[in-house]
Design a protein around this ligand. Structure first.
Ligand code: ATP
Ligand code: MG
Length: 476
């Protein structure tokens, strides 16, 4: 089905292209003008897959219509054999049974449209002439035209009504103009378009509304872009702050937990020393104090291993994840950051990658760290920045790599980048990579870095693939 708002070629130059639902009239002076106009009107309709109905009245005859069409329309036989056009005599069409019945004529047009659509045409193009019209029928016909004008909107129909200018009095002329969307007339040798005030008004209003809408859309787009940029900036900052606060909190709790056993150990070690330094060393008390030192130190050791095992196992919320999807999400998230530094992001994602059982937020953090590190390394470089994220399947493992064209790893320090607090950045924490590595290892994978043998660095990590569950729907 075609849309009822679709624009069609009228085939008449002064009329131009018009949407379905157009109902207009033409005042002609000469037979030739009328014939020329209608032939070019139907030529456009036939060429554009419209079903055509030509209701002919004086001064033309059906015979002239057929002959004219054959001459004016290339390959007319093709349309003829498809029966794409029908020509009716005005008397038969409008005055069946001897009287004019507006409902009956309306029904005929509607039936033609239904059949046209059934037969696969885009819609209906029709014309009628009023030469048969007698004075007594004028009022009824005028009402019929109004009815057509009111009902044509939204239908895949174009209707052109032709009136002889010479036989129209001023009153009739006004009636006709009022019951059509617009009129065409030959004046001083040129075709002119006369629009009704309503149409003009409506058009101005539509234009005004369109302009307004357009500027509002532009404004909104700008606002959205700005908001997006702020959002991704905020995300980047948040990732950083998150790491810093996690470390701050961690440091505070480690300090609190370890301070106590250490001060206990220190006091007891002092006691132990005093006992041994006496003239007569009190070995019993000294060994009791030494035992308490051992206990306190063991306690401190326990606290440390408790903390690091918490880090390793963590309280993870694991789910089956499609890593490719995660990569795409991260790219969206960091897009405006990339645009800001003219960095292009490419992906080489293997198809049908098995899912991994992983903590979404933690994996996002790993991607965020690696991608931002890549951005940082490229911001400093004069080369055009390109970040490539690749996924592939290797030995039942998922292998992900993030490759940049930046400064490259510090020479001979490739492994140091994973050391806690190692950073070459003024505002870096040096914890991005060690945290990422501990996340990947807690998922049963490995994370390492290699030089590119050219500009830039590549970070790789593996994740065990949940092959057996590869087809299971995400539990998200
Ligand atoms: N893609 C890379 N190219 C070159 N050097 C890198 C790259 N990634 C990391 N490095 C080096 O490793 C160091 C440590 O990185 P890490 O992510 O641990 O901390 P950071 O990026 O310095 O700080 P933060 O992550 O808190 O912003 C960086 O300062 C940088 O010197
Ligand atoms: Mg970093």
């Amino acid at each position: 089905m075609t849309s009822a708002t679709e624009i069609r070629r009228s085939g008449i130059s002064v009329v131009g292209d018009r949407p379905w639902g157009t109902h207009f009239c033409n005042f002609y002076e000469s037979r030739k003008d009328l014939l020329d106009m209608l032939l070019s009107y139907f030529k456009a309709g036939l060429e554009d897959n419209e079903f055509c109905v030509w209701v002919v009245s004086d001064p033309l005859s059906p015979r002239e219509a057929w002959d004219g069409l054959r001459e004016a329309v290339p390959q007319f036989d093709h349309y003829l054999s498809k029966r794409s056009i029908e020509v009716f005599d005005g008397q038969d069409w409008y005055l069946k049974g001897g009287t004019f019945d507006s409902n009956r004529v309306m029904t005929s047009w509607n039936e033609k449209l239904d059949r046209a659509l059934d037969r696969g045409y885009a819609g209906l193009r029709g014309t009628g002439n009023t030469a048969w019209l007698q004075k007594k029928d004028w009022k009824a016909f005028s009402e019929y035209e109004q009815l057509v004008n009111d009902s044509v909107a939204g239908r895949s129909t174009i209707l052109l009504c032709t009136y002889s200018l010479n036989s129209c009095g001023a009153n009739e002329l006004l009636d006709v103009v009022a019951t059509h969307q617009f009129a065409t007339a030959r004046r001083r040798g040129d075709w002119e378009l006369i629009e009704t005030p309503e149409l003009k008004q409506a058009k101005t209003e539509i234009k005004k509304m369109n302009d307004e809408l357009e500027s509002r859309v532009l404004q909104r787009t700008k606002e959205l872009e700005a908001a997006n940029q702020r959002l991704s900036q905020a995300q980047v900052e948040l990732a950083h702050i998150n790491r810093v606060t996690t470390m701050g909190e961690l440091a505070a709790s480690i300090a609190h937990e370890i301070k106590q056993p250490i001060s206990a150990a220190s006091i007891n070690a002092g006691t132990c020393l005093q006992c041994l330094q006496r003239d007569v060393p009190d070995l019993l008390e000294a060994s009791e104090a030494a035992t308490r030192v051992v206990q306190a130190v063991t306690r401190a050791g326990d606290v440390i291993s408790e903390i690091s095992s918490f880090f390793k196992k963590g309280v993870l919320r694991r789910e089956l994840l499609d890593v490719n999807e995660l990569v795409r999400e991260m790219i969206v998230l960091l897009r405006s950051e990339a645009i800001r530094y003219s960095i292009s992001i490419r992906t080489e994602l293997a198809e049908n990658v098995p899912r991994v059982l992983a903590d979404r937020v933690q994996l996002q953090q790993v991607f965020m760290n690696l991608m931002l590190n890549g951005f940082d390394a490229m911001k400093e470089s004069d080369r055009r920045g390109e970040l490539t994220i690749k996924s592939e399947v290797c030995d039942r493992q998922l292998l992900i790599s993030v490759r940049d064209t930046g400064l490259g790893l510090p020479p001979d320090q490739a492994e140091h980048v994973f050391d806690a607090f190692f950073t070459t950045k003024g505002n870096g924490t040096g914890m991005g990579l060690p945290i990422s590595r501990s996340i990947i290892e807690s998922h049963g994978g490995r994370l390492w870095a290699t030089g590119n043998g050219g500009p830039g660095a590549t970070f790789h990590f593996t994740l065990p693939a949940e092959t057996a569950l590869a087809q299971a729907p995400s539990s998200r």
